[in-house]
Design a protein around this ligand. Sequence first.
Ligand code: BGC
Length: 349
Amino acid sequence: MRALTVIPLTKDSARLDDIGEPPVSDGPVLVSTLAVGICGTDIEILSGAYGWAPPGHQRLVLGHESLGTVEEAPAASGFAKGDYVVGIVRRPDPVPCSSCAVGEWDFCRNGKYTERGIKEHDGYLSERYRIQPEYLVKVDPALGTLGVLLEPTSVVAKAWEQIDRIGGRAHWEPTTAVVTGAGPIGLLAALLGVQRGIDVHVIDQVTDGLKPDLVRALGATYHTGPIPDAVKDPDVIVECTGVAPLVLDAIEYIGPGGVVCLTGVSSGGREIGIDPGALNRTMVLENEAVVGSVNANRRHYQAAADALSAADHGWLARLITRRVPLESWAKALDRQPEDVKVVIEVRPS
Ligand code: BGC
């Protein structure tokens, strides 16, 4: 079967390979892949900056934002042929640490977790894959190929859960949120904020086009420019760019008692001057919290499945700006200015 593979930490090593059928050791459920979304992490892997091949292998099958249909499943697995499904990305570390032991692999404490398509475990960008049922999530069939948005939505479902849990340390009734970045993660974070009844403000650089339109269609407000020009003292800031000055702005401009959630992975290597004393003073005097959030566990995938099901499917469809057939995969990896979410169609639906 065909699969898109890379040599991790080797720039431009991607190629469409013919590989063997998925190993039975990956699990009893056989899934036929429909589509796989491409995100910043994939681009980083392709650039040679991130990623790990499975032990003893040179190449890694790419792809962690999957959607497929069940081909074969044991009767007791809870899945049946034809179900629309998404594979969970992370697997617990083998120790397991105390978090992985209770299914909170997104909080793995020793870093020995694996991630399909990213870290030591082949991904989902192959025509078929096998999986254990506990790492498979059903998606509303009414979503059709929009189910490919489940994995990025799980990441923001976790971020919002963190925000609510941390905010809930005291009286917590958030009314305003700022989202920095109107890429797929930012837009999905905005969607979940709006679904919570919060007044959401999204900040990005572009002045017109699809991103501002998508924000407005959600009932949120679109801005370019600094956070305080958009909202003064927001209760929540979801930082979705990883751009260093924006990260610092988010910490500086969060409102009293507010929560900043950082979701973007920065590349590092850039130093900018800050006044840690002033930052500390405001954070202490205003009870502010800053939290990093990565990955998602099963609970977050379920929350994401519910959020997507409840969302306007027409709006979700506009997030997918390009669908590229597997054989033209290179076009999917070549980022275009108007791209929001680009999807590789493994099996035309
Ligand atoms: C994925 C996460 C993963 C993270 C770090 C993100 O793109 O969505 O599941 O944990 O990269 O590898």
